[in-house]
Every structure is written in structure tokens, then in C-alpha cells.
Design a binder for this molecule. Structure first.
Ligand code: ASP
Length: 412
């Protein structure tokens, strides 16, 4: 029932985008500033709502994630291996995304400055690497939240999560509070996501009215670029992982995981795909106790597809705003997209919300999300498929490690 509502929302977003494009073309012909004066401000309200939710979403979902690491302690080495595998493959995914999107940068348009006006962006000099590291650690609890400076917010979330864990029984109330607040924040987020069709309609109408056809064509290109990166990551990283780490034929693996991949492609939700992913992995010979730990954790924190999407989208938005990203900013994308994908919930459309974190951190205008929001469903289908496939490769690898350990123990 819930999935059905989500699909309806996706349809409305596409309708909103198409209607926005149509209305935009009408005003392109008619002329005047109606879209900029009256539709764009409505879109800005939608973007403001998205922006104000970034801090609470990151704060509560990461604190909750750290509290859940209690389980990681129990499973000791499996937890650490899982975490390292997830982080490394995700960081690699961002690099793949960045390399591919940079090859296609020339196809992306620079938008008319009247669309981007009021969203001024001034290229800042790349900060020194040690300053970047020092600034990750906050000297004040509220300043990073007020300034939407996400890396220190993540550090705050990690420390509070760890503190709650260390407090044991006394921390239980705080843990329940975080759990409850995270739930509330997610509900608010869902309400805002429901406004996406209206926001997309208004913003798209203005973008097209000012820029004409050039933005429409480039959207098709940017979706294609994301899919090239998705496929490359799948072929390079996942095939090598199952071949060399799990000792399995990649063809056999992809055949075995196909049902889960198709489910992910159509539901665009890692969480919804979880049961079928566990079943597919167990059918391929994964150890049930491993898959029931590694896969739920992966559905929450391991999002290679989302990370690729965020890299591609950030570069696309930078191009639209006429910004040439520096190497320092690209590095920042690798760090923040990896962290943002960890903080992304395994539900439809969550990656787009977290994209704002990447944009803020790199110094790009969050308003740029409106340019690609209308085609987010297309990005999401591919990125969710990649997300769950990455989880499955980890489950297969650690199952093999577990089997080897058991054999060693039995031989003693
Ligand atoms: N839909 C994705 C997932 O469930 C998350 C995202 O939007 O990137 O894995």
C-alpha cells in the first residue's frame, strides 16, 4: 500500500516536471517575467523546506546509526570488515562518478544568470587541507548547525551516539529519544517530499522559460552519464569482488541476484528490497547469520549508487551555474558524498535530499537540485539497484570468510 503511494508520488513528480516544461515553453514564447516573479518564489519555498531539514535528518539518523553499532561490537571482526568494505567501495564509487561525469562536462549547459540570480555563487579559494581537517571538529555545539556545516554536525552525531552507548542503562532514555525524534524527522521529511511535484513544476517552468530547450536535452545526458558510471562500477568493482574475494563466477552472481536487482529497480527502496536480497544471497550460498547482519546494515549505510549519483549531480549543477570545480572541491565531493550516502535512508528519493548536504559542503547552491529533481526517479532506479548489489557482494565475501574460519576451527 505504502509502495503504491510512493509510485503515485513519482508519477506526480514526472507530471509536475512535464507540466513545468510545457508552461515554461509557453512563457518562453509569450515573454515577460511571470515565471520568475510568481512561480520561482513558490519553488524557493519548497527548497527552503528541504534545506531546513538537512541538519535534523543527518543529526538523528547518524546518532541512531551509531547507537545501532552496539550490534557491531557483538559481531566484532565481521562488523569492522563490513564497515571498511562499505566505506572503500563507496569512496571508489564517487571517484568513478567523478571521472565519468568530468568526461561529459562539455555537454552540460551554463544557465542564464537570471535563473541563477539571487542564488549568487562566488568561487572561493580552495582551503588548506589541514584547515579542512581542523574545521571538521566543532568548537561549538550549535554553530555548525546554524551554518549548516555538515561535517562537524556528523562529528557531533557520532560523539553523542558513542556517549549514549557508553552510558549503558542510563543512556537508554536518550537512546529512545533519538529513536523517537528520528522517526518524527522522517515523517516531516515525507511531508516535504510530497510537495516535490509543486516545487518541481514551479522551478522547472522558470528554468525553461529563461533557458529554453538546452536544459531539457542536457537532463537526458546527465541521466545517461549516471548510468554509465553505475554500470562501470558494477562491472569493475562488483565483478572483481565476487571473483577475487568470494571466489565466485560474476555471471553466476548476477544471475542469482537478478530478482533483488529488479525489485530494487522498480521499488527504488533498499529497505523494501531487503527481504528478497537476503533470500537471493542465501540461495547463492551465503551464511544466513552473515547475510542477516550484513544486508540490513548495508541497506542503511552502504549506498554506492547514491554516492555516484551525488557526484554526477554535483558536477552537473556546478556546470549549470558556470562553476569550474577545483581539485579541492572534487576531493570534498568524495568525502561528503561518501558520508552523505551513509546518512541516506534506504527509501525512495532519500538520496536527492542528502545531495543538499554535498552541495552545501562544496559551496554550490542547493537550489540546483530543482534542475534534476524532475528526473530523480530515473536516477533512483539505477542507484538503488547498485546499492543493494553492493550489499550482496559484501555478504558473499564475508560468508566465505566465515566458512573458512569454521573449517579452520573444525580442523583443529
Ligand atoms: N532509493 C535509494 C535506496 O533506497 C536511496 C536514494 O534515494 O539514493 O537505496
Amino acid at each position: 500500500m505504502q509502495e503504491k503511494r510512493k509510485l503515485n508520488l513519482a508519477a506526480w513528480i514526472i507530471i509536475g516536471m512535464l507540466a513545468g516544461i510545457a508552461v515554461g515553453f509557453v512563457f518562453l514564447k509569450v515573454g515577460g517575467t511571470f515565471t520568475t516573479d510568481y512561480l520561482k518564489p513558490v519553488g524557493t519555498i519548497y527548497i527552503n523546506l528541504l534545506k531546513f531539514m538537512v541538519v535534523p535528518v543527518v543529526l538523528f539518523s547518524i546518532t541512531k546509526g551509531v547507537i545501532a553499532l552496539d550490534d557491531l561490537k557483538k559481531v566484532g571482526s565481521v562488523g569492522i570488515k563490513t564497515f571498511i568494505y562499505y566505506i572503500c567501495t563507496t569512496a571508489f564509487a564517487v571517484v568513478v562518478g567523478l571521472v565519468v561525469v568530468n568526461c561529459f562536462k562539455g555537454f552540460f549547459p551554463v544557465l542564464d544568470s537570471s535563473v541563477t540570480s539571487g542564488l549568487e555563487y562566488t568561487a572561493t579559494e580552495a582551503p588548506k587541507i589541514m584547515d579542512v581537517i581542523v574545521n571538521i571538529f566543532p568548537d561549538n555545539l550549535f554553530k555548525p548547525m546554524v551554518e549548516t556545516n555538515m561535517l562537524p554536525v556528523i562529528v557531533i552525531a557520532i560523539f553523542f551516539g558513542a556517549g549514549i552507548l557508553a552510558s549503558g542503562e542510563k543512556g537508554r532514555m536518550a537512546s529512545n529519544l533519538v529513536d523517537s525524534l528520528e522517526d518524527v524527522v522522517m515523517k516531516v521529511l515525507m511531508m516535504i517530499i510530497k510537495l516535490t511535484p509543486i516545487g518541481v513544476f514551479c522551478l522547472m517552468a522558470d528554468v525553461v522559460a529563461v533557458n529554453g530547450a538546452k536544459i531539457v536535452g542536457s537532463l537526458a545526458i546527465v541521466v545517461g552519464v549516471a548510468y554509465i558510471a553505475y554500470i562501470l562500477h558494477m562491472v569493475i568493482v562488483y565483478s572483481c569482488s565476487v571473483k577475487f574475494l568470494s571466489g565466485m563466477s560474476p555471471i553466476k552472481f548476477f544471475k542469482g541476484i537478478a530478482a533483488a536487482m529488479l525489485t530494487a529497480f522498480t521499488t527504488t527502496s533498499s529497505n523494501a528490497t531487503l527481504p528478497i536480497n537476503i533470500e537471493c544471497c542465501n540461495d547463492m550460498g551465503a551464511e544466513p547469520e552473515i547475510s542477516s547482519f550484513v544486508l540490513p546494515l548495508g541497506a542503511t549505510i552502504n549506498m554506492d549508487g547514491t554516492a555516484i549519483y551525488q557526484a554526477v549531480a554535483a558536477v552537473f549543477i556546478a556546470c549549470c551555474y558556470g562553476v569550474d570545480l577545483t581539485i579541492g572541491q572534487m576531493t570534498m565531493i568524495v568525502v561528503t558524498a561518501t558520508l552523505a550516502s551513509i546518512g541516506t535512508a534506504g527509501v525512495s528519493g532519500a538520496g536527492m535530499i542528502m545531495l543538499s548536504m554535498v552541495l552545501i559542503q562544496v559551496g554550490l547552491p542547493v537550489e540546483g537540485i530543482a534542475l534534476i529533481a524532475g528526473v530523480d526517479k530515473l536516477f533512483d532506479m539505477g542507484r538503488t539497484t547498485l546499492n543493494i548489489t553492493g550489499d550482496a557482494t559484501c555478504a558473499m565475501w564475508l560468508s566465505k570468510v566465515e566458512r573458512n574460519n569454521k573449517e579452520k576451527l573444525a580442523a583443529k
